[in-house]
Ligand binder design. Structure first.
Ligand SMILES: C[S@@+](CC[C@H](N)C(=O)[O-])C[C@H]1O[C@@H](n2cnc3c(N)ncnc32)[C@H](O)[C@@H]1O
Length: 631
């Protein structure tokens, strides 16, 4: 129920509303003297509207909002956090290359910087659409988070999740800030030839496009907005019924980055590459008379344009190679539809069909080029999103998953030439992207790996869901989808990676040891014997080291007992670690003997500094190239 105001009306707000009614485009968002956000007037624009002359000549082509600078600062701020592995919730821990990470994606993206810098071939994201209904995770940037949330009155039960209702003065700014900092950090992870695809609807499509053009600057990157008909029945508005949303593709401008979606052989219609009808003869375009070279039924190349006095047969054999010319059944010398220099780029669309001891060269109607409108029943989010998730995770109650095939086609488009790509989705929801990656790998034999990031946000329809949070739904979906794909594909799925390592965002493994001298008490000194938090396991520390050393979190891990302590090995010697409290010289020598690239121990594993110096000496002698560190 609405509360009584018990105070006089705010005249300034009323005046702003009146001006806004006359000149709607001068309404903007600004901070008041307490740093709170409110509706305001863009006076420069109002002045200009009321003047016949140019009022302000300090113009720039820019996209800005309240909080933009703060979001840039936020993107660069270091954090004291870590990712803690959770073996019990993982699947096929020892062999999988896939990751499922729980936590706020800004923090997670920051932690992944060293390990995945420039290594992600594709980022697919489907962020909250800012419909006025969503909860978005936000920091006020200028204020301490808790103070901000207390003041805003928008705290949800989860503490740091805040809703972003349309009535809130900062509706668009909050969403833009949330996205900007994350995209800035994510950009560092994208490979030089990487592709980012971002799903969005009409609410924030325009700001998102501006933001992407700024972060992935125009000139170096292309930005293409594909319309995806995801709801053929339409969402009833007052004037329009929305049937589509968008997938913005961002990719480097230098060359072919995006492939057309997989079309089944039987769906392709074929026609002659040879011209027919008017102006189709050799003399009409001499540069279109050259051989197509076929070996064992496949097109392997193209010969040079033939000299005028060379008159071959339709198919000339040279040992096992067939040279096919554009000569018709009546022996008329015609021409190919494309010149020699263009045909290379469409080689994948051609086939050689055996015919009378030679070959006919045909071209599939498929263009090989993505269209900017995706219309197909496979993109229906209800049929191939909600229904698929509900069948795999009954009683999950996850709302608005993407169609599996929308994501599948996007992943195919970006990675068909790079089948071992790492694909990152840091708004992963019900993990449609993981499902699509496994599905595609099972069909084309790819070894793509996924990294899903998802906040353990309570389910929207909590009362209807059997699951405590969205991560539980995502993980269960991957488990079930993997098994279903294996059952459906049978022998084709042998060796398919359907596992994932679960990691959870948490505070740093290290105790805060920076106390002022007068803060030390007997009790405190006792707890500081170790600088590592008591609840942290060997595995926590090991993965903390991987992050710090910039090693991928999916590397194989083995452990063994040497002289009664556990010793860990990553990727056959990229890193060896022992976090026991008491490490004997035997253990140190055994690790050094194996000459790993890196070795790490606990600082307090060694009783005193001479022991520590001894370790350094052992490594200098036995493994001089090993980089040795202590926690
Ligand atoms: C539109 S949904 C993604 C749906 C997904 N593509 C699917 O098909 O299931 C956006 C997801 O992002 C998550 N999310 C929002 N803010 C986040 C944050 N800061 N960090 C991680 N996940 C977040 C939400 O919980 C939600 O599950």
């Amino acid at each position: 129920m609405e509360k009584m105001r018990m105070e006089s009306i705010n005249m300034t707000e009323k005046n702003i509303e009146k001006i806004g009614a006359l000149f709607p485009n001068v309404i903007t968002e600004a901070k008041d003297e307490n740093g709170k956000l409110k509706k305001a007037i863009n006076f420069a624009l109002l002045k200009q509207i009321l003047s016949d002359e140019v009022v302000d000549s300090n113009e720039a082509y820019e996209f800005s909002w309240v909080g933009k600078n703060a979001s840039v600062i936020e993107a660069g701020k270091p954090i004291k956090k870590t990712l803690r592995p959770c073996k019990s919730e993982s699947k096929e821990w020892d062999t999988t290359q896939n990751l499922y990470i729980e936590g706020d994606n800004l923090d997670v993206l920051k932690l992944l910087q060293e390990s995945y810098l420039g290594n992600i071939k594709m980022i697919y994201i489907d962020p909250p659409y800012n419909t006025g209904r969503n909860l978005i995770y936000r920091n006020d940037f200028s204020q301490d988070v808790d103070t901000f949330l207390d003041e805003s009155g928008l705290v949800s039960e989860e503490g740091r999740l805040v809703s972003n209702p349309r009535t809130y003065g900062r509706f668009h700014s909050a969403w833009s800030s949330m996205m900007y900092s994350r995209l800035m950090v994510a950009r560092n992870l994208l490979a030089k030839d990487g592709v980012l695809v971002c799903a969005i609807d009409e609410n924030e499509q325009a700001p998102l496009m501006m933001m992407l053009k700024e972060i992935f600057c125009e000139g170096n990157y292309e930005h293409v907005c594909v319309s995806v008909v995801h709801n053929p029945r339409g969402v009833q508005g007052i004037n329009f019924s929305y049937t589509h949303e968008y997938a913005i593709f961002v990719y480097p401008s230098n060359g072919k980055m995006i492939s057309d979606r997989q079309i089944k052989e039987e769906d392709v219609s074929w026609s002659q590459l040879r011209n027919w009808g008017g102006e189709s003869e050799r003399t009409d375009a001499k540069n279109c008379f050259y051989p197509v070279i076929v070996s064992e039924g496949s097109i392997v190349g193209f010969g040079d344009v033939c000299p005028d006095d060379f008159h071959p047969k339709q198919t000339e054999w040279n040992d096992k190679l067939a040279y096919v010319y554009p000569i018709d059944r009546s022996g008329v010398e015609r021409k190919w539809r494309y010149a020699r220099q263009s045909v290379e780029s469409i080689k994948d669309m051609l086939r050689a069909r055996p015919n009378d001891g030679g070959f006919e060269i045909e071209i599939g109607k498929q263009t090989g080029i993505q269209r900017t409108i995706w219309v197909d029943k496979r993109y229906d989010a209800n049929e191939y999103g909600t229904k698929i998730v509900n069948s795999l995770v009954p009683n999950g109650g996850f709302t608005f998953p993407k169609s599996l095939w929308t994501v599948y086609d996007a992943v195919f488009a970006a990675t068909s030439q790079c089948k071992d790509a790492i694909i990152l989705d840091f708004f992963s929801g019900s993990a449609t992207t993981a499902h699509a990656v496994m599905q595609l790998n099972s069909e084309d034999g790819g070894k793509r790996k996924f990294i899903m990031v998802q906040l353990p946000e309570k389910c929207e329809e909590e009362s209807l869901s059997m699951y405590s949070n969205i991560c539980e739904i995502g993980k269960e979906r991957i488990r079930c989808a993997g098994e279903k794909i294996k059952a459906d594909q049978g022998i084709k799925a042998i060796g398919l990676d359907v596992g994932f390592r679960v990691l959870k965002l948490d505070s740093t493994n290290m105790k805060d040891v920076y106390y002022a001298a007068d803060q030390y008490s007997q009790g405190l000194l006792a707890t500081l014997v170790s600088n590592i938090k008591e609840d942290r396991t060997d595995l926590d520390l090991l993965f903390g080291c991987l992050l710090e050393w910039g090693l991928p979190l999916s590397l194989p891990h083995t452990s063994e007992v040497i002289d009664e302590v556990e010793v860990h090995t990553i990727n056959n010697g990229d890193l060896m670690a022992c976090f026991s409290q008491n490490i004997s010289e035997t253990v140190v020598k055994e690790i050094a003997k194996r000459q790993p690239l890196r070795a790490v121990f606990r600082d307090n594993s060694f009783a005193n500094s001479p022991e520590k110096i001894n370790v350094e000496e052992i490594f200098k002698l036995m493994a001089p190239n090993t980089s040795v560190k202590v926690l």
